[in-house]
Structure formats: C-alpha cells, structure tokens
Design a binder for this molecule. Sequence first.
Ligand code: SF4
Length: 410
Amino acid sequence: MSSAVVVSSENLDGQQQSSSTPASPAAEKVNLLGMSRAQLEKFFEDIGEKKFRAGQVMKWIHQYFVTDFAEMTNISGKLRAKLEQICEIKAPEVVHRHYSKDGTRKWVFRVGEGSGSLVETVLIPAEDKTGSRKTLCISSQVGCALDCSFCSTGKQGFQRDLTPDEIIGQLWMANYSYMEEVPVAERERSVTNVVMMGMGEPLLNYDAVLSSMHIMLDDFAYGMSKRRVTLSTSGVVPKIDQLAQDIDVALAISLHAPNDELRNELVPINKKYPLAQLIAACQRYIAKDGNESARKHVTIEYVMLEGVNDQPEHAQQLLKLLKNLPSKINLIPFNPFPHAPYGRSSRNRIISFQKTLSDAGFVCTIRQTRGDDIDAACGQLVGQVADRTRRAEQWQKKVAQRQEILRTQG
Ligand code: SF4
C-alpha cells in the first residue's frame, strides 16, 4: 500500500470530514506527479539514469497509485533511495470531500503554499448504452477572469493558474478514492472520462492543461481514449487553433447564447471573439484530421436560464448558427447558487427547446442534474463567498425587465 496521512478537513458545509492524501516529506523536492513522459525522461537523463525509467515510474504513479518509492519493486534499491532523496509524488491536499447518495463525488483541494487557494473537482457516474461511465470534471485555474454572468466561479475573480501536478492530481485523487484499501497489485483506474470544464478557462492556462492532457492519453499513465478527454472552452479562438495543432481531444464550447448581443452579456469574452469567429474556429478544429480523430463533432453546452435564453426564437437562432457545424447540443438546467441572478428554465420549456433542435436533426440531450445534495455545480462550494462585484444585483434587475417584456408580449 502506498503511504498516506490523514488530513483534517475544513468545515465548509458544517460536516466533519477527513481525507487521505499521500505523504510529502520535503517541500523543496521535485514533484514527479505532473511530469509528462518526455519531461520525466529528461529528468532521469539529467540525474544520470536511463530514460526508460520514466515509463516505469509513470506506471507506478498513475496506474498503481503508489507514492512511496520503496514500493516500486522493479527499480533497484539504489535508485529508489536516490529518488527518495531528491523527489516526491505529491497530490494536492484534500480539505473537503463529499460523496452524494446518487454516486456523485466531490472534492475541494487546497493548492499552493501557506493557506493556499481552493479548487473543486466533481466526479459524476452514469449508465448509458456503452456501459458505466465515471466522468471527472477538472479545474484548470483558481477562480476565473472571464466573468460569465451565470457562473459561480466567475464571481470569485481570478487568483492563479494551476500547475500540471495540481491538474493531474485531481484525476489521480479521484481514482485513488476508489482504491485506498485495495492492494497495489489489484488496483484499477475507475475514472473513464475527463472534461476540462471545472473552475477556470483551460485555454488561458494552455501549457499546463496541454501537458496534463498528454499524461491522460499516455499508455504509461491513464491511457484514456482521445474521445473520452474533452476540453471545454468559452471561446478563446486563437488557442482553439493552437490546440488543433498540438493534441487530438474532443472539444466542447460553452455557448449559452445564440446571438452576439445576448452572448456579450452572458459570456463576455464574446466581445473579443464573436460568434462568427468562434464557429469558424470550431469548423477548422473539426476539419483538422477528419474522421480519424476525436473531432467528428463539437459539443455545444447551453445552460437554460429562465426567460433569458430559453425562448422559441433562441432555439431558431441556434439552429441557424449551427447549421454548418457538426455538433451535438447539451442543454444544461441551470443549477442556482447563492445570489444567482437567474432561475432554472422549467422542465416543459427545456423539453420544448430540445424538441425544436431534435426535429431539425440535431442530437440534443438534456443533462441530468446530479449531486444536488453536495452543490455539484462548478465553483458552487468554493463559491460560498460574497459576490464582490454587485453584478448579481444588476443582473437581477435586467432579468426582471426581460421577464416583464415577455409577460406583456403574452
Ligand atoms: S463559465 Fe467557465 S469561463 Fe465562464 S466564468 Fe465560469 S469558469 Fe470562467
């Protein structure tokens, strides 16, 4: 078994928690957790060792979840002692974890020195025709600078980018949570899918996210299928083009509005990269490698906000916008958070919106709301902070005006 220490939790929701996380004897040691295979090979060459050691150590870390070099039995005792001296395998500290009745699991990690900052990770299990899925929603930044008006994370402002070990550490810990008591030789990875859709805009922390996704795909690490790793962006157009050159993973767009006027309000980065540019970038992404890649279509994420973007004319505008983009549409019932300026569209409204899109030939799904008992929406738990911006108040006024107009229009 790998070594572990018990970390007492912060009482974020009034419940006493405790968590296990790997031990880390010295802060100045090199953390191997977030290194890609190429980086690990260089590391071993730099310390005068053969580079094939990189693959061996990667397997111990990411397939057997071992953090103690003494347990790496196919490595000589001399090298193990050397590694113990100069490096470590250290996941971010878990300060809160909660497992929902419906199988959803959620962690709050502390990252950084001192009191650090908090980020969230959510694991959502589901059954479908391909079998059981466990999808992990991973954060890429502490807070977010992009200020989307419906987003709990956006209310917290931007603090900093996560490092590769803090990003991949979320996947490591989610898998580890299923096997803390399982003997090393019997350990198997549980997480089947990853979406880079947690706190932060992943394309604004490009290098760390790219490096982490390479570890997810690497057969010496998680060996995930490229179709099961999805990057979700609010639309940083130049980085979408760069991503197409650098890695083959699935792409999702946080669209949420079918016209520029509304999207400028909901997703302010739209002012810099308007819809025409964004859709063109998606088309280029799909065209890059054709059917051989994970890019047969783009997933369009569309949060359903009552009286804001859920009207029949919005569905018609969406049809027009997406008519030349191979896409699947995922309608997300809004998950209200404290001070949220919006409400969730009614079930009937969402079904009617879906029908318009499905009748036009789009694959359109409605996301099942999960983990309501643990505040599973992005940034919601960490976001139990005051809204520093008064944007919620301003938006509540705008939404009320909009609803009044709709009422008078009948
Ligand atoms: S929706 Fe995503 S990009 Fe927008 S503020 Fe929230 S975390 Fe940032």
